[in-house]
Unconditional design. Structure first.
Length: 351
């Protein structure tokens, strides 16, 4: 019997989950055994999973799970170097030249396990079957606006945290913007037609920000893109790849510009394809903005777990998108799982 083991997230500020109790019940009905670890932080309580018929395991006990179990989490595992013998479903961040990714793949090589990277679960057309993109864009735009608001007071953006829901986030942000006494800034969103860009644009427009929306047609010429520097805010919503142009080059920090805040929602600072090379490290909930220039200021927001700021809505949305694929876990050799494993095997050739 196919056995799905939903692990507790071990990364700080990560309250999301990729399977709801209703989804778990559907998997059990489909003949899949489901174990869910207890969690002290998960946005959805354990009782719902118990009621759905799941087996319950201790928090972070997945290393001792049966070897035939498929371990399902969202964010990275602790970087402790231990071999990984299980099959894992998660965001591995290992296939785009990330330096930490090689270490992860080496752990799979030693342990003999397999990574089914959630970013590479795609349908026949190459489109991802599930993504947190909308809420990443929504939250990323919100934090970038917070950074801009802090600048109006001569400050750097302070710590951020998780919200009960999007309305609570929007109420707080609107009050911060009003308190600046300044007119709303304008913004340019690149990747505006995708999930991430739609979320970013929706948040901005809800806050009264005028948004210039660019997508592939506007960036096809490959740059340079001086128009970006003529906006107060830039939100990057493009998933970096070999063909991604540079949107804000390193010399932009010293250029004549209106731009004072960048929200790099895609957040691949250690990728070889980083389209915003004015910074080289992710930011955090405790320090959400990195100042990369002072005259005039330029702050970069590059938090890599933005949807966790809205954990309940993000979890329900993502789990709903992913469920149909999880129901096909009984056959890992074809469909989305077969394609994901092929991607993994391809990248393992270099390890």
């Amino acid at each position: 019997m196919t056995h799905l083991w939903v692990r507790a997230e071990q990364r700080e500020n990560e309250d999301r989950v990729g399977l709801t109790p209703d989804g778990a019940a559907a998997l059990i009905k489909a003949g899949i055994r489901v174990t869910v670890e207890e969690s002290s932080v998960r946005a959805i309580g354990i009782e719902g999973y118990k009621d759905a018929g799941c087996e319950i395991a201790a928090e972070n006990s997945w290393p001792d799970a049966p070897l035939d179990a498929i371990i399902f989490g969202l964010k990275e595992l602790p970087e402790d170097g231990t071999p990984l013998p299980h099959r894992h479903i998660m965001f591995g961040h290992a296939f785009k030249g990330q330096h930490s990714g090689r270490a992860l793949l080496e752990r799979f090589k030693v342990g003999g396990g397999t990574l089914y990277d959630l970013e590479y679960l795609v349908d026949e057309t190459g489109r991802r079957v599930a993504a947190f993109g909308y809420w990443a864009g929504f939250a990323g735009a919100a934090v970038t606006l917070k950074a801009w608001a802090a600048q109006q007071h001569g400050k750097l953006c302070g710590p951020v945290g998780a919200y009960k829901n999007k309305d609570a986030m929007m109420d707080e942000l609107r009050a911060e913007l009003d308190a600046t006494g300044a007119a709303r800034p304008n913004a340019i969103v690149i990747g505006a037609l995708g999930r991430v860009g739609t979320g970013a644009s929706d948040l901005m427009e809800a806050m009264g920000v005028t948004v210039t929306k660019w997508d592939m047609a506007e960036t096809a010429h490959g740059g340079p893109f001086p128009e970006i520097l003529d906006h107060d805010l830039f939100i990057n919503c493009i998933l970096a790849g070999p063909q991604t142009p540079v949107f804000v080059p390193k010399d932009a920090v010293a250029a004549d510009r209106k731009l004072t805040a960048i929200g790099d929602v895609a957040c691949d600072p250690d990728s070889d394809y980083n389209p915003v090379p004015v910074y080289n490290k992710a930011t955090s909930w405790d320090a959400p903005a990195l100042r990369v220039a002072d005259a005039p200021v330029l702050d970069v927001m590059a938090i890599d777990n933005l949807p966790s700021m809205l954990p309940l809505e993000s979890s329900i949305d993502y789990a709903g998108q992913l469920l149909a694929s999880l129901e096909t876990l009984t056959d890992l050799t074809s469909g989305v799982w077969g394609r994901a494993e092929e991607t993994f095997r391809t990248h393992m050739k270099d390890i």
